[in-house]
Write a protein that binds this ligand. Structure first.
Ligand code: PMP
Length: 375
């Protein structure tokens, strides 16, 4: 029977307690949200919603084509200029998602004969970029610049080092300065995914590379999503103009994909302008994360000290993690739940988002619910 093997896979998944299901959410819910990636609480900000609406009224529901044909509007180029200026890079290129941006950066900068050095904790989209690239990939231990150095030293020819800046599972930060040093010693390029850093880290949310003094460097390329701090949808690659020109000509997820929807571009631009005017939002997200961590660990829970706005709380097993998240939901709190195969180390966690717009009372309520429902 066609697809017969998937029934056996489904049974295995059920036995392991790893079945995933979709749950549509209502527009308005009394749930306290610590599960989304809306770090700055901008998704439903009136200016962001108006940015989307105005763009849709002006340009329509879709961008009508690929970027090189009809899919580039004045709004796309304005957004690219604004993102590049904000993050401190010479140029930027906007994609339909952060996933597509990562596939583009890794495949276009990791050609045949080159070496791609990839952190073991990298996001799935970077991993898939490595799988699609023609260059050879060498996976190194998590946040281990010495291992990166060794692998680079053993290779002659073009190389890139690929890493998240803030890792999505535990919320810990990559050793960017040491990685950049290792790259420079060996003439390699550094490609970092700042999905969880943009809007949270660096002066006014300019991102982790900015905070590390790497913004605008000729050997550094940054990818990011517009779907987290910027409350919209889409992705971006930031870097030297010659790298961005190369992507325009060589990156398949740029060339063959329909341009970002105008509404998404308009929302992201409005969020960026808002962040420029209210840079304290970035610091507040970090503050909320630190407070969540302090209170959770004080109540005896095991959590990873947050480097940005992701707080990861350890659960005893995948089944109990799922149960814990469900019990939180019943008690009015939405939290994320990470378990295999999303976590290669097999450790299940609750994943909390420290939103800049959470009040002290909401933080207190979240910590109380997590403690009371603890398995
Ligand atoms: N990189 C990281 C680290 C992410 O967490 C995500 C989103 N989950 C992505 C890339 C993909 O971005 P997008 O959702 O915009 O495709």
């Amino acid at each position: 029977m066609a697809f017969g093997w998937i029934d056996e896979e489904a049974r295995t998944r059920r036995r392991a307690g790893l079945v995933r299901t979709l749950r549509p959410r209502p527009a308005d819910t009394p749930l306290l949200d610590l599960a989304s990636n809306d770090y700055l609480g901008l998704t439903r900000h009136p200016e962001v919603v108006e940015g989307a609406a105005e763009a849709a009224r002006t340009w329509g529901g879709g961008s009508t084509g690929s970027r090189l044909v009809t899919g580039t509007t004045a709004l796309h180029t304005e957004l690219e200029r604004a993102l590049a200026a904000f993050c401190g890079f010479e140029a930027a290129l906007v994609f339909s998602s952060g996933y597509a941006a990562n596939l583009a950066a890794v495949t276009a900068l990791g050609p045949h004969g080159s070496l791609i050095v990839s952190d073991a904790g990298n996001h799935a989209s970077l991993i898939d970029g490595c799988r699609l690239a023609r260059g050879g990939t060498q996976v190194v231990g998590h946040a281990d610049p010495e291992a990166v150095r060794k692998v680079l030293a053993a290779h002659t020819g073009a190389a890139i080092v690929v890493s998240d800046t803030v890792f999505s599972v535990d919320g810990d930060r990559a050793p960017l300065t040491a990685l950049a040093e290792a790259c420079r010693e060996h003439g390699a390029g550094l490609v970092v995914d700042d999905a969880h850093g943009l809007g949270v880290l660096g002066d006014g949310g300019r991102g982790a590379p900015y905070a590390a003094g790497l913004a605008g460097a000729e050997d550094v390329v940054v990818t990011a999503t517009l779907s987290k701090s910027l409350g919209s949808q889409g992705g971006v690659v930031l870097g030297p103009a010659r790298v961005i020109d190369h992507l325009v000509n060589a990156a398949r997820t740029f060339i063959f994909d329909t341009g970002l929807a105008p509404a998404a571009a308009g929302a992201a631009l409005a969020a960026l302008r808002l962040l420029e005017r209210a840079p304290e939002r970035a610091a507040r997200a970090r503050e909320v994360a630190a407070e969540l961590y302090a209170r959770l660990t004080a109540s005896g829970l095991e959590a990873v000290r947050p480097d940005a706005a992701v707080v990861s709380v350890r659960a005893p097993s995948p089944e109990r993690a799922v149960r814990w998240a469900a019990d939180c939901r019943t008690a009015g709190l939405a939290v994320g739940c990470f378990r295999p195969p999303s976590v290669p180390d097999g450790i299940s966690r609750l994943r909390l988002t420290a939103r800049a717009d959470l009040s002290g009372a909401e933080i207190e309520r979240a910590v109380r619910v997590i403690g009371e429902t603890r398995p």
